[in-house]
Write a protein that binds this ligand. Structure first.
Ligand SMILES: [Zn+2]
Length: 87
């Protein structure tokens, strides 16, 4: 029963969402205990870095409000994807 949030998320592996025009595919979930003691799932999403094209995995809460856009090698906090690049 305590694993329910994770089991539910794992049942949706392969599910895709689009966030800011970037596609993220659910690849896994890990159990996570919130500050209030409730068990929830941390979701693992696979996506492609818009800068270098490498596939990487990022995590979010079970209700993603923001997701990393770039891989670790390209991350530039505060710089929107597409900024400063010729169109
Ligand atoms: Zn990159």
């Amino acid at each position: 029963m305590t694993q329910a949030p994770v089991a539910r998320a794992e049942g949706q592996i392969g599910f895709e969402i689009t966030f800011g025009g970037q596609v993220y595919r659910l690849v896994g979930a890990d159990p996570h205990t919130r500050k209030d003691g409730r068990l929830t799932a941390l979701l693992r999403w696979s996506t492609f870095c818009p800068d270098c094209g490498v596939e990487f995995v990022t995590r979010s809460s079970s209700t993603p409000k923001s997701l990393n856009r770039r891989c670790d090698g390209c991350k530039r906090p505060g710089v929107p994807v597409g900024a400063g690049r010729p169109s």
